[in-house]
Write a protein that binds this ligand. Sequence first.
Ligand SMILES: Cc1cc2nc3c(=O)[nH]c(=O)nc-3n(C[C@H](O)[C@H](O)[C@H](O)COP(=O)(O)OP(=O)(O)OC[C@H]3O[C@@H](n4cnc5c(N)ncnc54)[C@H](O)[C@@H]3O)c2cc1C
Length: 339
Amino acid sequence: MSPTLSADTLILGAGIAGLRAAQQLQAAGESVLLLDKARHPGGRCATRRLTADPDSPSFDIGAQYLTARAPAFARAVRGWVAQGVLQGWSPRLARQSGPESWEPSSDATPRWLAPGGFNQWPRAWAAQLQREGLRLHCSHRVQALERLARGWRVHGSGAAYSARRVLLAMPPAQAAALLIPVAPQLCPSRRLAPCLTAVYAAPAGAADFDALFGDGAPLAWAARSGARPGARNGGASDYWTLHAGVAQSQRLAERDPQEVAAVLGDAFAALIGLAPAALECVHARHWRYARLPEGLGQEPQAVFDADAGLGLCGDWLGRGRIEDAWLSGDAAAQAVLTA
Ligand SMILES: Cc1cc2nc3c(=O)[nH]c(=O)nc-3n(C[C@H](O)[C@H](O)[C@H](O)COP(=O)(O)OP(=O)(O)OC[C@H]3O[C@@H](n4cnc5c(N)ncnc54)[C@H](O)[C@@H]3O)c2cc1C
């Protein structure tokens, strides 16, 4: 049997919420172990490369940009900008006005992203925390929680881990699967909606905008990778990340992602006045847990049951954005430290 590794707090999920909670707990002198099922930290701040060649074009297939409304998060963003990890992004923004028409958008909300791919930011952040002593174990899917006399043991695809407290920093459906057998009272009822995404190659210069808010039926978002800071040039092609709206994503969820991608590709081709055959799908992904449905949401918070030593954080405990994930992770660490 593999040995048990222990810490004051185990954080399950190394997305933005988990990283922020880990950072704050570690800064307060707690020993923290952060686990993630993926090969790298970042969660939905996800980037894919066209090929295995590190110089090939890359696309952000999850989060597209971040906004910073809360003063504490805005300060943190300024710090990353100063380090060159984040950069302001001012695309030529458009808004869809009909199935085959769009108009320029005057939306001037400040936006940031990570040069070279969104996942570079959580990776750089995690590397910095590791240099300061954080233990981060990736490729470890947590499958069950076991209650001990004092604390928890976590079972998964690698070593067993034990801790006085456990924070689940993951989408609510995934947290619920772990909580039902041991703490059903903490199971969240809220769920994230799915999002179908596709990346298409189009002839360079085919559209006179860099990013577009669609009407959601089916296209909710389109962004040209080459317009993002640090992007590698795609030569004769522009690469466009396309997202479907929530209703379409729910309706098409069980279908083959490639087949669904064609629905997005056809809508985008019609919008920019190209024949569908002029576009080529190079990637398709179905996010089962992507965003909070419009209209849901609250001031970001965390859940922590001090008696059980069990807590939850994530964007879904706010309004479903990166900023909310960071603030919720921050609130979870505060709750642990206060308790
Ligand atoms: C398509 C898409 C577009 C988006 N666009 C934007 C945008 O433009 N702006 C914006 O602000 N936000 C956007 N978001 C939302 C944004 O990505 C999230 O708000 C934020 O990344 C959530 O961070 P988190 O830490 O709460 O969760 P996550 O990023 O989901 O992190 C959870 C982590 O838990 C891990 N995990 C789950 N289960 C287990 C398990 N059993 N064992 C171990 N690890 C586990 C996962 O691997 C993951 O790394 C978008 C999301 C998607 C999907």
